[in-house]
Design a binder for this molecule. Structure first.
Ligand code: MG
Length: 257
């Protein structure tokens, strides 16, 4: 099942996408459940898709792919290396990523995003599925020059528009640790990995993070990026594709617009 969040004629809502039909939900996917539809059906071309969830925080993982750690010459971490991206960095499908005035190098990072479905604290790895609503695509946009300069991640990962999310939440992913993850820049493939190459799988990540902070409905875990990271320029179109989910497309624009 695909869960969308949309805007239509000034109102926003959640719905279940079947083909091009959206069955509108009464509330959110978290409170009313997915069977609680209003009976109203709208069509995909009529709406603007928004980021499919509204995270209070995005917990992102650094160096979680063996090939990516190798490409930057970094040893593998012995525990998940986590950092946060703020809620204000989120944008939806087809919204513009704004190139910040402060940076001279802005990179794409294609990642599988885990969307949390209910409050999640001190969860055992084997129970992770009870707390996951579904999966979507995220571009963990990074000001690489500032990441190197600062020696920590907050500024480089946190600019407004640096967390494109979408296009929808797919609830029927049987095995999140066996999905191809790819990035395309202006139609050319730049990243192509598989979540089976992750150092820490989704069950471990949900459990590990839940022992540090309470994850809330709509919160997102960005699971790390495979090798092939690289810069984007103003005017570029970047697309993140995750197997079984779909494609998330955004354009890069100048901060001066
Ligand atoms: Mg990343």
């Amino acid at each position: 099942m695909r869960i969308v969040r949309f805007e239509m004629q000034g109102r926003t809502g959640y719905g279940l996408l079947e083909g091009e039909r959206i069955n509108v939900l009464w509330g959110t996917p978290y409170d009313g459940g997915l069977a609680n539809t209003t009976g109203e059906v709208v069509s995909l071309p009529e709406v603007t898709l928004l980021a499919p969830c509204e995270p209070t925080k995005i917990v992102a993982i650094g160096l979680n792919y063996r090939d990516h750690a190798a490409e930057i010459g970094h040893p593998l971490p012995d525990e998940p290396l986590i950092f946060l991206k703020p809620s204000t960095s989120v944008i939806g499908p087809d919204e513009d990523i704004v190139y910040p005035e402060m940076s001279r190098r802005v990179d794409y990072e294609a990642e599988l995003a885990v969307v949390i479905g209910k409050p999640c604290r001190h969860v055992a790895a084997e129970d992770f599925r009870d707390y996951v609503l579904g999966y979507t695509c995220i571009n963990d946009v990074t000001a690489r020059d500032l990441q190197k300069k600062d020696g920590q991640f907050t500024r480089s990962k946190s600019f407004d528009t640096f967390a494109p999310l979408g296009p929808w939440i797919e609830t029927e992913i049987a095995n999140p640790d066996q999905l191809t993850v790819a990035a395309y820049l202006n139609g050319e493939r730049r990243q192509h990995g598989n979540t089976s190459n992750m150092v820490f799988g989704v069950a471990t990540l949900v459990s590990f993070i839940s022992r540090i902070m309470t994850l809330l409905p709509g919160d997102v875990i960005a699971t790390g990026t495979p090798s092939g990271i690289g810069p984007m320029r103003e005017g570029d179109v970047v697309e993140i594709r995750v197997e079984g989910i779909g494609a998330l497309r955004n354009r890069l624009v100048s901060w001066e617009k």
